[in-house]
Design a protein around this ligand. Structure first.
Ligand code: SF4
Ligand code: SF4
Ligand code: SF4
Ligand code: FES
Length: 351
């Protein structure tokens, strides 16, 4: 069942239960959001997405307001724009103004919206409100409270999607902040370093510790691929600068619901590591010597043939890997059962 409403003088029909934000997006109206994520329960906390609805005294948060029959909505009225500007100015009151050197520059919603809404950020920061402390206790990411806008997305992702609840809000009003048990640092929490909070943080408050320094606009391409660490098949994007993978982000589609684990998210520096094996090695006179793939495969095939003719097929066993694709594992067992003629085939499902 659908409901009909009017947004910025345009008529729209949308499925019952959809939010006003859904309806705006269907009309390609750009609504700023900090705390909204389609995968999370609406929290309505940042109030950047406010709209004016005829007959309502207060501005409504479009991400949590359910679209109703006959609603008349304005998304960019003077009152709405002023409210969004006020919110941005309040956020800057205790925000470290560090865009010049911030890792998030170019990929930061606070920066984008401040530009879009003409905020004079430099004169809004009250230095005495800054805590000037960065939690870098986690091996893979840092948390800078002075760049946190308290949108709560990290906390909700950790609780609702990751199921860990490592972090939470502490304090009230202006003292509210993202914290961990007994304020002992990220590393002493139950955090499993999945980095899913880092992926959703709209500012530079949560920053991964990059192996290579780069600015967001230096990413030349994003290559969609399947994580090879286990058989789940998470979809991810390799962020490539030049010829180097400098960051991994979850792909928008895929069975992993835009989530990754610590391996998929952070364990990628082997790709460009100088010690990485790129060619097969054959032991010759006690030493491992680089060889061609043809030579290595011929050697393996001849050894298998010899063992089979001397001792029979069951003297041979094959072990495949959870780091290979399903297709690779299928072909491997087919080779052993169909060609070598043994059922001695196993798979390290647990790495
Ligand atoms: S988090 Fe965003 S707004 Fe804050 S310093 Fe970094 S780039 Fe600038
Ligand atoms: S890295 Fe993962 S487990 Fe740790 S706080 Fe973030 S979402 Fe929670
Ligand atoms: S750390 Fe990032 S995601 Fe978490 S509340 Fe602060 S700004 Fe939001
Ligand atoms: S995006 Fe709607 S209140 Fe934050």
């Amino acid at each position: 069942m659908n409901v009909k409403l009017q947004i910025n003088n345009q008529n729209i029909e949308i499925e019952k239960g959809s939010t006003v934000l859904d309806a705006c997006r269907k009309l390609n109206i750009n609504i700023p959001t900090f705390c909204h994520d389609d995968r999370l329960k609406a929290s309505g906390s940042c109030r950047m997405c406010v709209v004016e609805i005829e007959g309502m005294r207060n501005l409504a948060t479009s991400c949590s307001e359910i679209a109703k029959e006959g609603m008349v909505v304005q998304t960019h009225s003077k009152r709405v724009m002023e409210s969004r500007k006020d919110i941005l100015e309040l956020l800057w009151a205790d925000h470290k103004n560090e865009c010049l050197t911030c890792e998030a520059a170019g990929d930061c919603k606070l920066q984008d919206y401040s530009y879009e809404y003409d905020i004079d950020a430099v004169n809004k920061v009250y230095e005495e409100k800054l805590v000037n402390y960065i939690d870098d206790s986690n091996k893979f990411y840092t948390f800078d409270p002075d760049k946190c806008i308290k949108c709560g997305k990290c906390i909700r992702v950790c609780e609702e999607l990751q199921g860990v609840s490592a972090i939470s809000f502490s304090g009230r009003g202006a003292d509210m902040h993202v914290s961990h048990p007994f304020e002992m640092g990220m590393e002493s929490s139950a955090c499993v370093s999945c980095g899913n909070c880092v992926n959703v943080c709209p500012t530079g408050a949560l920053q991964e510790k990059s192996y290579t320094k780069f600015r967001s606009w230096e990413i030349d391409k994003k290559v969609k691929t399947t994580c090879t660490y286990c058989g789940v098949g998470c979809q991810m994007e390799l962020n490539v600068k030049g010829n180097e993978v400098v960051k991994i982000t979850p792909a928008d589609d895929g069975i992993n619901n835009k989530l990754l684990c610590v391996k998929g998210k952070f364990a990628y520096n082997y790709i460009n590591h100088k010690d990485r094996l790129k060619m097969p090695l054959i032991r010759k006179e006690g030493k491992l010597v680089e060889s061609s793939w043809d030579e290595a495969l011929d050697l393996v095939a001849s050894k298998i043939k010899n063992i089979k003719s001397e001792s029979g097929s069951d003297a041979i066993a094959g072990f495949c890997s959870a780091r290979c694709t399903n297709e690779d594992n299928y072909v491997m067992q087919k080779l052993f059962r169909g060609v070598i003629k043994t059922n001695n085939i196993d798979h390290c499902a647990r790495l």
